[in-house]
Design a protein around this ligand. Sequence first.
Ligand SMILES: *Cc1c(COP(=O)(O)O)cnc(C)c1O
Length: 388
Amino acid sequence: MNLKEKDKQYNVGSYGRFPLEIVKGKGSLCWDENGKEYIDLGAGIAVNAFGFCDDEWTAAVKAQLDTLQHTSNLYYTEPCVTLAEMLCKRSGMSKVFFSNSGAEANECAIKAARRYAFQKYGDESHSTIITLKNSFHGRTVTTLSATGQDSFHTEFGPFTQGFLYAEPNDIDGMLKLINENDCAAVMMEMVLGEGGVLSLDPEFVKATVEAARAKDMLIVVDEVQTGNGRTGALYAYMHYGFTPDIFSTAKGLGGGLPIGATLFSEKTENVYTPGTHGSTFGGNPIACAGAVSVFSRIDDALLAEIKKKSDYIVSELSSAKGVKAVSGKGLMLGIACDRPAKEVISGCMENGVLVISAKDKVRLVPALNIPMDQLKKAIDVLKAELAI
Ligand SMILES: *Cc1c(COP(=O)(O)O)cnc(C)c1O
């Protein structure tokens, strides 16, 4: 059996994989088993912030690997404290809880919002959380509940109760839900990623934040995909001029190692007390050492580069043949195209460019430091495929 046949035999069939085995990668380039080269605009779904096997990141991870790989949260370790300090200082938040994935970071946020409301009201009367239709918050039973897409709400029930769904960018609909329900929080992605790379309108966000705050509902932002420079700001909420009460992040933070983080503002920093939440692997020294390396490099110069590359892609594609619209922010872009996205993606792959999808769009989430010449080459290939 070859690798693809073995995978089919032994791995659960929950993934529809592309017919491609990646054996090696460096920066924004990777190679298959036949040595064919690809320019990668997917970055492991917005995870490889600095591409494959980035030298600085690899060195940081290797150094930690030879020093201390894991203890438990019964003891102090340096990388997790250093990372927490960096995250708080640069985001304006007060405290962090580390986990291992986006779903876990969101579970932590949801539990915290509920506990905050319970402690305030003394019962479960304000436990409901409003999320957005077309959102994506993860694959655990509770984060699937939070995910506002009906297609995720079949065959795995019963689901966690206590979620209401508002249409993104429908101010009236959102205000109605906020004003007519006693809720713990509103939870949203600033750019809905899996839901089709849809940016929230500033007016919608402003109205939502004001109405929620007026009823002392928490604002929870899911920055799992949008965070850590991806949209051209350190965190996407920073484009909108407010600070959330809780936000979660994951994907790009670890640069390719599993990590999730949930950040708490001054208002919510004491929700968790000893014994009320935990994670065996959370704050793992290697994952945190990798994240320290990634996070310390997301500076103003890099953010400016991200914006420049984003502008380049948008200007190349928005009036290109076969393109209906380009959406998203920074290096998190969606392309609504005339051809089915699936065909564009396989055409690109044949021609040495890896792109992914989000709903019916082609999604581009390249490494934050993709070299301009590689980006140009890849966009030319993509343009040719879109024009067919
Ligand atoms: C990917 C994603 C998640 C889930 O993250 P996992 O690490 O797969 O659990 C949650 N929210 C958003 C916005 C995401 O993009």
